[in-house]
Every structure is written in structure tokens, then in C-alpha cells.
Design a binder for this molecule. Structure first.
Ligand code: C2E
Ligand code: CA
Ligand code: CA
Ligand code: CA
Length: 402
């Protein structure tokens, strides 16, 4: 699991073993040593914030030194995948340099091996039990976060939240956007803004993305069943849709659409009830992602361009891709009532959306005045705290049946 505890004197790994994990010390002290002619020769004592054991993990070579807890020690475990994914994804030159560097360090350390020494052990690093402020702290923090995310997947610590998308004409709920929430045992509630980027840098976004679609499908059926029950015999049905956010990395995975199809088939959900929200960044990612997006579109999935108006907003995307809806970033809603230029832009974005036969969605609607203005300008769908915050399933269902 994520954190491991070692007792004083406990061997963490021994020279010659295969290296599956690296460690970051959370508390305690660790001795790095080699055994020569039956005697342990210690060459380094590490403390909180230090990393060790990463070299054998990087190039899958045997441990070149041993590690033992000196005091009661707690470590965050870093998996081989977390490290090797990064190296695999890196520039070929970087890959080559890393492997050369490792060879070089090993050849310097014949005799008393210091091969398990880490990059943190700069020349002036001394044996200390106080918490050192190291230049690579942000990197270690990121790796710690990754380990926790891995653990969160395993322990079901993500909780789906749903934010209503409302017809501005009738105020009816047409669908929900799936917004992920993480309840961390150590950090409390963590907003996706704080971990999605990290998940995207590694392959962690793939299992998270599958989890999202799986849950979106399960809950979409539950929403629709509840709706049918409450509409009863009136005969009226209004199938809801769910919007899911899909990142560039997910579209780059060649099996993305197959997995998507498999999950929908298993849950018996028509493709048109799932909207894929993509940002311009995704469309900029190059042809492999774009091909998959086009295939999804052909398979009947709806495509929404998220955060429209931020970033580069190249209109060529709208010319090139058949995008079903445009989600106008909350920045515009926030500013339109006080900034005449923003209001003018909003007006024209909505006119353009109509001409292109796209559905317009305004994000971040918080006040009645914003709602009235958007309706007057002909915006079709609204999303924001005025209609509902992102809510856990039960509360979202309650809102739906109100
Ligand atoms: P987004 O797709 O632009 O999602 C809208 C964000 O605006 C959400 O933040 C939502 O809580 C917030 N919001 C909605 N209405 C209002 C409002 O009236 N006022 C204000 N001030 N904010 C409002 P959240 O949930 O923190 O999500 C942040 C971002 O994280 C999302 O931005 C999306 O890019 C990403 N994200 C969330 N869930 C997922 C997911 O399941 N997968 C992926 N790949 N990304 C996700
Ligand atoms: Ca979104
Ligand atoms: Ca958005
Ligand atoms: Ca956003």
C-alpha cells in the first residue's frame, strides 16, 4: 500500500535484490550500507524528505546497496511504473542521458558502492534528522500525490458528483456534468483542479477515466429509472445525458473508444446520451487524439468544446470539427454584466453557435441577473451554482425529481 512502516533495525531491502519500489522518508531514519567481508559499511544516513532506492527502479538493475531502518520509520512507496512511465514518455535524448548517467555513477562506485545514493544527496548534504529543505521537494510532493492517487483508485476514495445542466427556457434539467471528487484520508476533500493535471502527466488518468465512465453509466441508468418512476403513467420520457471530461492523454490511448463502447454496451446506454467534453488543448494534441475524437463523433457520441473562449480559441477548430456544443467559459458570464466588450463577445459567440447549429452552454451562472441576460441573448443551456452545485448522486437525484 501507500505508506509502509519499518521497525528499528528492520531491513528494507538488501544488495542484489530486484528493485520494485523507491521510497520517500516521511519520518524516521534510514541507513544505506554495503556488506564487505562480512562487515556492514554504512555510507549514508537519510532522514525525512530524502528519497532512496530509486536507482534500481529506474533501470531495473539489482539493488547495489542495502537499506535498514535505524529508528521507527515511515515511508511513502513509489512504484516502478510511476518512475518508468515518466522515463518512457521522455525525449529519447533524455532517456539516453539517464542511462549513461546511471552507468557512470555505477562505475564510479565500484568498491564501496554508493549506487543507491540519490540525486538529493548533493555534496553538502549532511547526516541530519531535521527536515531538510531540498530543491526537489516539489517533485517529491508530486510523486507522493501520485502514490496517494493510486491508493485512492484501489480504495474507492473517489466520489462522483453531478452538476445539473439546465434548459434556460424551461428550467428543466437536461443532463448532468460528471465532476470527480476525492476524499483523501490525509488531505480531506481534494478538488480535481489539484490532482487531474498530475494524473494526466502519468498514465493514472487512464484508470481514473475508466472509473469515471463506468460510474457515469451506472448513475445515468439510476437517474433515468428514477425519472421514469416519477413520471409514472404520463408517458412522457426525457432521456438525460451525462457529460464527462476527457483529457488529451485518454484520447491518445489507442483503446479509448473500444473501452468506451464496451462500457456503454454493458450498461445498455445509447451513445447519444454521453457527451464528451474536450478542451482546445485536446484538439491541439495532434492527429492520433484527433482521429479518435472523430471516430467517437461518428459513433454517435456528442462532443462539447469545454472552456470556450479561454486559451487559444482558434476558430479553425470550429471549422474543422463537428462539435455539438460549445461550453462558454465562466469568465464571460462573470464579466458580461460589468464589461460591455465581454457582453458584445457573448452576443456574437451565441449568434455564431446558432449559425453553426451547435448547442450553447454557459458555465458558472450564479445570479438571476446573469440567467436573465443569457436567456435574453438566446443561450440554450446553463450550468452554475444558481441551478445547483456539483452534488453527490443522492442529492442530484433529489434535485432532478423536485
Ligand atoms: P470544468 O470542466 O470547467 O468544470 C467546471 C468547474 O466549474 C467545476 O470545478 C465546477 O465545480 C465549477 N463551477 C460550476 N459552476 C460554478 C459556478 O457557478 N461558479 C463557480 N465559481 N464555479 C462553478 P471542479 O469540479 O473543481 O472541476 C475543475 C476541473 O477539473 C473541471 O473544469 C475539469 O476540467 C476537471 N475535471 C473535473 N472532473 C473531471 C473528470 O472526471 N475527468 C477529467 N479528466 N477532468 C475532470
Ligand atoms: Ca467540463
Ligand atoms: Ca468548463
Ligand atoms: Ca475549466
Amino acid at each position: 500500500s501507500l505508506l509502509v512502516n519499518f521497525q528499528p533495525g528492520e531491513l528494507i531491502f538488501a544488495t542484489g535484490e530486484e528493485g520494485h519500489h523507491a521510497y520517500i522518508i516521511e519520518s524516521g531514519q534510514v541507513d544505506i550500507f554495503v556488506t564487505t567481508t562480512g562487515k556492514d559499511v554504512s555510507f549514508k544516513t537519510l532522514a525525512k524528505g530524502d528519497v532512496f532506492g530509486e536507482m534500481a527502479v529506474i533501470d531495473a538493475s539489482p539493488r547495489s546497496a542495502s537499506a535498514r531502518a535505524l529508528t521507527e520509520t515511515c515511508c511513502v512507496v513509489i512504484s516502478r511504473e510511476q518512475i518508468s512511465d515518466r522515463i518512457e514518455a521522455s525525449d529519447p535524448v533524455v532517456k539516453l542521458l539517464v542511462s549513461r548517467l546511471l552507468d557512470h555513477i555505477r562505475s564510479l562506485n565500484t568498491g564501496v558502492s554508493q549506487a543507491e545514493m540519490s540525486a538529493s544527496d548533493l555534496p553538502n548534504s549532511s547526516v541530519t534528522s531535521s527536515s531538510p529543505v531540498l530543491p526537489h521537494q516539489p517533485v517529491l510532493e508530486k510523486m507522493r500525490l501520485e502514490s496517494e492517487l493510486l491508493d485512492a483508485i484501489a480504495t474507492n476514495a473517489f466520489i462522483p458528483h453531478y452538476q445539473p445542466l439546465v434548459d434556460l427556457e424551461t428550467k428543466e434539467i437536461l443532463g448532468f456534468e460528471f465532476l470527480i471528487r476525492w476524499k483523501s484520508p490525509t488531505r480531506g476533500w481534494v478538488s480535481p483542479g489539484l490532482f487531474i493535471d498530475t494524473a494526466e502527466e502519468t498514465s493514472l488518468i487512464l484508470p481514473i477515466g475508466r472509473w469515471v465512465i463506468e460510474n457515469a453509466c451506472t448513475d445515468l441508468n439510476r437517474f433515468n429509472q428514477a425519472l421514469n418512476r416519477s413520471l409514472g403513467t404520463s408517458g412522457k420520457t426525457r432521456p438525460l445525458f451525462i457529460s464527462v471530461n476527457v483529457s488529451a492523454r485518454q484520447f491518445q490511448a489507442p483503446q479509448f473508444n473500444e473501452e468506451l463502447l464496451e462500457i456503454l454496451q454493458r450498461h445498455q446506454i445509447p451513445h447519444s446520451q454521453i457527451k464528451l467534453e474536450v478542451t482546445e488543448r485536446v484538439l491541439m494534441e495532434g492527429t492520433s487524439a484527433i482521429n479518435i475524437i472523430q471516430q467517437c463523433r461518428q459513433l454517435g457520441f456528442h462532443l462539447a468544446l469545454d472552456d470556450f473562449g479561454t486559451g487559444f480559441s482558434s476558430l479553425t477548430y470550429l471549422a474543422k470539427f463537428e462539435i455539438d456544443s460549445l461550453k462558454i467559459d465562466q469568465y464571460f458570464v462573470r464579466q458580461m454584466l460589468t464589461h460591455p466588450r465581454t457582453l458584445a463577445l457573448m452576443k456574437h459567440i451565441l449568434a455564431m453557435t446558432r449559425d453553426l447549429r451547435m448547442v450553447s452552454v454557459a458555465e458558472g451562472v450564479e445570479t438571476q441577473e446573469e440567467f436573465d441576460t443569457l436567456r435574453r441573448l438566446g443561450c440554450q443551456i446553463g450550468q452554475g451554482y444558481l441551478f445547483g452545485k456539483p452534488l453527490p448522486f443522492e442529492s442530484a437525484q433529489h434535485l432532478l425529481l423536485e
